[in-house]
Structure formats: structure tokens, C-alpha cells
Write a protein that binds this ligand. Structure first.
Ligand SMILES: Nc1ncnc2c1ncn2[C@@H]1O[C@H](COP(=O)(O)OP(=O)(O)OP(=O)(O)O)[C@@H](O)[C@H]1O
Ligand SMILES: [Mg+2]
Length: 464
């Protein structure tokens, strides 16, 4: 994305430079041409002034002096050819020793100057030389009489070479400007986008449940700093709210325990008394309800502690935990004529919050035994998977529909066929404990038609 933006930016800058440089190059060509012509005119007039006497008197000494002057001039600027003719158009001095021409009376610029006594400036193709040339010819006057003419000419390529030089310079400056513009744009983009990328990462970790995460609010442009500061105060407020709520749930559950224990004691005392059948039935039901309430409070306490996740995950042997808990449940299972099958390797290291794996297995086996019919099997599987370690608790009971599986992890949710006395917190606790250790829990349909609860743990070897 950033690279694409930079390419667009570079394109725009290059376009601006081109739009700017093309007319500039044209202008440069005009300026160079004018400058050359002005210089040739100035020099031609000077030479015409100097040659006047030599042309008029035609003495050997003056001819020689003029030839010397022209030779020096030509030596200083070899590109400029000098031709000085007398009033007939016959060459008096020719700067270029290669130039054998004697008679210049057929050259249009010489003819006009000699006839009209007016300077001539222009550009024409030279048949003799075979290229375009600029020329300036001026008359050499003695009073009003034309005694000859001076013609200076220079190849047109001088101008194009100079313009090409200047244009090359312009393009070099343009290229350097482009590189600098791209570098500045890149740095600016980094300056703005780096803190935004960091902020995105922080937002993602907040969304992932890390309420203690904070953004760096001392880098980037002021707007981004303000955004980071606003994000931080929002995160702080969110954390305070959640902390308060958790603390309330924890304290409330805790505080409820004492009066509940007192209530239970009184009911037990009452049930020990000699009561009529009707009253005893009511007292027994009240005792059962108190037990349920007690388990609910314990469940809420477990949940609030798991959410706090004060203790990080530690390494456990999941295979060991599964075998140990299975032996605990063995007696109840065989009483209900349910086969408890364990499939696990010798050892299976996994990461879990201390005590979580045991509670997870207990809750799941408790549920499964509740729905399993006599003669069916309940299978516990602990296995290494590609992205961690998995626990499956698979029963052959009635299972849950897809819609029920979606909501079954919700707190207090209980199925239609749920046995009385349940709290609806068991599966919520399973999921909370699994996520507190960095894993997750999911309900699948077992091949036997029952429920297959899959709990994933992180592996200590670093995979997932
Ligand atoms: N293995 C299962 N097969 C079919 N339904 C199940 C199974 N496990 C759970 N359920 C359904 O999901 C509901 C929620 O289970 P959860 O463990 O959260 O609460 P509970 O078992 O009703 O209460 P508690 O765990 O306090 O005894 C149960 O009431 C039951 O209807
Ligand atoms: Mg349960």
C-alpha cells in the first residue's frame, strides 16, 4: 500500500518536473541562439571597424595586421569562421586556412550587405560545409561608402550542444529532486504510519483481551499522539470497569458463602427434628436448592478467578491428569454401567493454568455421565495435534443440535433435557479455564451421535 502511494507520488513529482522542464528547455534554446547572434553581431561590428582601413588602402602591412587580428580571433573561438571581403565580394581575409574560396559574391548574405549597406543576421544551410549555420554579416564603411563586409558564421550545432548540456543539467537536477522528494515522502510516511501500525497492534491486543496494554503516545505527529492518548484513557477506563465488575462478582460470591452455610446448617438441624412428612419433604428440597446455590457460587468464584488469570499457564502432563481423573470417576461410571475408556500416550506435556485441566476433565465427564445411557461408552482422548495438544471427551448420549452447541458455553445456559440441580456454569468454566491457558474449547458432533467436546491446550514446545 505504502509502496503504491509512493509510486503515485513519484509519478506526480516526475510529471510536474517534466511540465516545468520542457518549456524551460525551449526557452533555453531561444536564449542560447539570441546570445550567440548578439555575440556574433558585436564581434562583426568590431572587426568591420578594424578592417575598414585595410580594405580601403589595401597595403600589405595593413592586410597582414588584419590577417593577424582575424587569426587571433579564430584561435580564441575556433567554432566561429570569419570572412572579410572587399567591395567586390572577393575574400580579403578568411579565418579558416582550409577554406579555399576566393569569391563570396554569390553568398546571399554578402550580396545584400554590399548592396544595401545594412547588417544581415540569419540561419541557412551551407552547401559548401554541409550543415546549418548562423551568420552575421555587417558592412565595412568608410563614410557612406561600402568598402567591404565582414561575415561571421558559426555552426548551428553550437547552440544545440549548449542546450543539450543545459537540459542534461536540468534533468540531473530533476532526478536528484525526485530522489530527495521520494526519500522525504518515505520518511514522512514512516513517521506517520509507524505509530499508527503500533496503535493497530495495541488495539488488536486489547481486542484480544489484554486490558493492560497501552499505546506509545510520545511518537509520531500530534494527531497520532492525541489518538494514542485517547486510546490509552479509553483502555484505562475499560480496565477499571472490568476490574470493578470482576471484583464485585468475586466479592459477592464470597460474601454469599457465609449466610448460605448458616442457612444450610439451620436446615440440617431442622431435618434432624421430628417433622411431619410434608414438612420434611419441603426441608429436603430446600437443602437440595441450597446445595445447588452453593455450587453456583463456587462456579462463579472459579470463573472470576480464571478471568483474573493472575497465575500464568504452567507445564502439566495432560495424559497423567486424564488417567488420574478417570480413575476418580470410574466407580460412578461403573455404577451407571457406563464404560470409561481412556486413550492417551505415556506422557503428553501441555500448558494450562494450575488445576485447570483437572476441573475441565471433571466438568466434562460430569456432563457426559449425566446424559449417557447404561451400556454406552464414554471416551477420554488426550492426543498431540498439529497446533498443540487436544483433549476430547466423547459420549454416546443424545448430543446437542448445532444451535445448542453455539450457546452451550454461555453462562447459566442449560439444555432442555438438563437434569435438575445443574447450574449451567460447567461449560462456561471449561472454556474460561482453557482460554486462560492460551487454548480454547469447542463442541463437535461425535461420530457416535453424542457430543465430542474438544479442548485445545498450548504445547510447551512452542507449537500454538
Ligand atoms: N455431553 C453432553 N451431551 C448433551 N448435552 C450436554 C452435554 N454436556 C452439556 N450438555 C448440555 O449443556 C448444558 C450446560 O452444561 P453445563 O455443564 O454448562 O451446565 P450443567 O451441567 O447444566 O450444570 P453443572 O455443570 O453446574 O452441573 C447442560 O445443561 C446440558 O443440557
Ligand atoms: Mg455441567
Amino acid at each position: 500500500m505504502r509502496v503504491r502511494l509512493l509510486l503515485v507520488f513519484a509519478g506526480v513529482v516526475a510529471l510536474v518536473l517534466l511540465v516545468h522542464d520542457i518549456p524551460l528547455a525551449r526557452h533555453l534554446e531561444r536564449v542560447e541562439r539570441d546570445r550567440l547572434v548578439t555575440r556574433l553581431e558585436r564581434d562583426a561590428f568590431i572587426l568591420a571597424g578594424r578592417s575598414e582601413e585595410a580594405l580601403e588602402n589595401d597595403t600589405a602591412a595593413e592586410d597582414q595586421a588584419l590577417a593577424g587580428l582575424v587569426a587571433r580571433y579564430h584561435a580564441a573561438d575556433p567554432d566561429v569562421r570569419v570572412v572579410i571581403v572587399d567591395a567586390d565580394g572577393t575574400a580579403a581575409v578568411v579565418s579558416d586556412p582550409e577554406d579555399r574560396a576566393e569569391d563570396f559574391s554569390n553568398r546571399p548574405e554578402i550580396v545584400t550587405v554590399l548592396d544595401a549597406a545594412a547588417p544581415q543576421t540569419g540561419q541557412r544551410f551551407s552547401n559548401t560545409l554541409g550543415y546549418d549555420l548562423f551568420f552575421v554579416s555587417v558592412p565595412s564603411l568608410s563614410g557612406d561608402e561600402v568598402v567591404g563586409a565582414v561575415r561571421l558564421s558559426a555552426p548551428e550545432r553550437i547552440v544545440s550542444e549548449r542546450v543539450a548540456d543545459r537540459v542534461r543539467g536540468l534533468f540531473l537536477v530533476g532526478a536528484i529532486s525526485l530522489v530527495i522528494a521520494i526519500a522525504v515522502a518515505w520518511l514522512f510516511a514512516e513517521f506517520v504510519s509507524r505509530p499508527l501500525r503500533r496503535l493497530r497492534g495495541t488495539t488488536q491486543s486489547l481486542a484480544g483481551g489484554d486490558l493492560s496494554t497501552r499505546a506509545m503516545d510520545d511518537e509520531g505527529p500530534p494527531e497520532v499522539r492525541e489518538l494514542a492518548a485517547a486510546f490509552n484513557s479509553m483502555a484505562a477506563r475499560l480496565q477499571a470497569l472490568v476490574d470493578r465488575q470482576r471484583a464485585f462478582a468475586g466479592t459477592a460470591s464470597h460474601q454469599l458463602r457465609t449466610p448460605l452455610t448458616a442457612l444450610r446448617l439451620r436446615l440440617e438441624q431442622l431435618s434432624g427434628d421430628d417433622l411431619p412428612d410434608d414438612a420434611r419433604r419441603h426441608v429436603d428440597e430446600a437443602l437440595a436448592e441450597t446445595d445447588r446455590l452453593h455450587r453456583m457460587i463456587e462456579g462463579l468464584l472459579v470463573l472470576s478467578r480464571a478471568e483474573d488469570a493472575a497465575v500464568g499457564p504452567v507445564e502439566i502432563d495432560l495424559a497423567d491428569v486424564v488417567r488420574e481423573r478417570a480413575s476418580h470417576w470410574e466407580a460412578l461410571a461403573s455404577e451407571r454401567e457406563i464404560r470409561l475408556v481412556v486413550t492417551a500416550p505415556m506422557t503428553l506435556p501441555a500448558l494450562a493454568v494450575p488445576g485447570a485441566a483437572e476441573q475441565i476433565v471433571d466438568n466434562l465427564v460430569d456432563n457426559a455421565l449425566e446424559v449417557s445411557a447404561p451400556g454406552t461408552a464414554l471416551t477420554l482422548v488426550a492426543v498431540a495435534a498439529s497446533d498443540g495438544v487436544e483433549l476430547h471427551v466423547v459420549d454416546e448420549g443424545p448430543g446437542l443440535s448445532a444451535g445448542e452447541r453455539e450457546v452451550a458455553f454461555d453462562r447459566f445456559w442449560r439444555g432442555e433435557r438438563a437434569t435438575p440441580g445443574g447450574t449451567g456454569l460447567g461449560l462456561a468454566i471449561v472454556r474460561q479455564l482453557a482460554t486462560a491457558g492460551g487454548g480454547d474449547a469447542e463442541l463437535l458432533e461425535a461420530r457416535t451421535g453424542g457430543l465430542d467436546v474438544r479442548v485445545r491446550f498450548r504445547s510447551p514446545s512452542g507449537r500454538s
